[in-house]
Design a protein around this ligand. Structure first.
Ligand SMILES: [Zn+2]
Length: 230
């Protein structure tokens, strides 16, 4: 069993925190220490860890990489393709460097459009056909099958061009997906792993669960929650 943890922007000071998912480097380091202790204690079902960093923030290279450079094999970076090179985000050269340093690169869509959405608390089906084109970032629009394909394929193409290696994992923006999207990927054989924000431990399945870390939860509670995972 593996624990997949999801992080976003890592900042130096509390006042730089923006939204529920950015964390200070101190929080990140303290959580990591606590989890390593938990692993050694044997009081948990997971045997290893993978650290995900979603969206491709520049802070990954500046703050996280220096503390994780001996553990690059435990890190997976999932940048948003069309934000590469914009302010506060990693650029193509960074992705190439990080990939060569042993960090796994996963696709996170071209524009960070949700591949499936809820309307009135109901998960919507993906309409067949449509036009092969980009969609706006966000989780308001229902993407057609071809628009989903655009997000799958164009982000993969761009990242494979940069890293010169195969990108075999897609991280769902907002953790959102439906049956049609999974079937489409499997039918076309695009990605081996599809990663979610479904909060349980990873037994090696192709639909990969991941646990989102939020600054709303104190470290002690986060560790207790992780310990309780099945
Ligand atoms: Zn994201």
């Amino acid at each position: 069993m593996r624990l997949n943890l999801v992080f976003h922007n890592i900042v130096l000071k509390e006042e730089e925190i923006n939204g529920d998912y950015s964390l200070t480097l101190d929080y990140f380091e303290e959580l990591r220490e606590n989890i390593e202790t938990l692993l050694k204690s044997g009081l948990t079902r997971f045997k290893d860890i993978r650290y995900y960093f979603d969206d491709g923030y520049k802070s990954f290279k500046e703050l996280v990489f220096p503390v994780m450079k001996d553990k690059t094999n435990l890190c997976c970076l999932a940048p948003i393709a069309n934000l590469l090179g914009s302010e506060n985000y990693l650029n193509e050269g960074d992705i190439d460097f990080l990939s060569k340093s042993g960090i796994k690169i996963a696709s996170h869509g071209f524009s960070h459009a949700a591949l499936a959405v809820y309307k009135a608390n109901t998960l919507q089906k993906t309409p067949k056909g449509g036009e092969y084109k980009d969609s706006p970032s966000g989780k308001n629009e229902i993407l057609s099958e071809k628009e989903v394909l655009f997000q799958f394929l164009e982000s993969k193409r761009l990242l494979e061009n940069i890293t010169k290696s195969e990108i075999d994992e897609f991280v769902f923006p907002y953790g959102l997906y439906n049956k049609e999207v999974i079937d489409l990927n499997n039918r076309k054989g695009i990605y081996e792993y599809l990663s979610t924000c479904d909060e349980h431990l990873d037994s090696g399945s192709a639909i990969r669960p991941r646990i989102l870390v939020s600054n709303k939860r104190p470290i002690k509670e986060t560790v207790e929650f992780i310990r309780s995972l099945e």
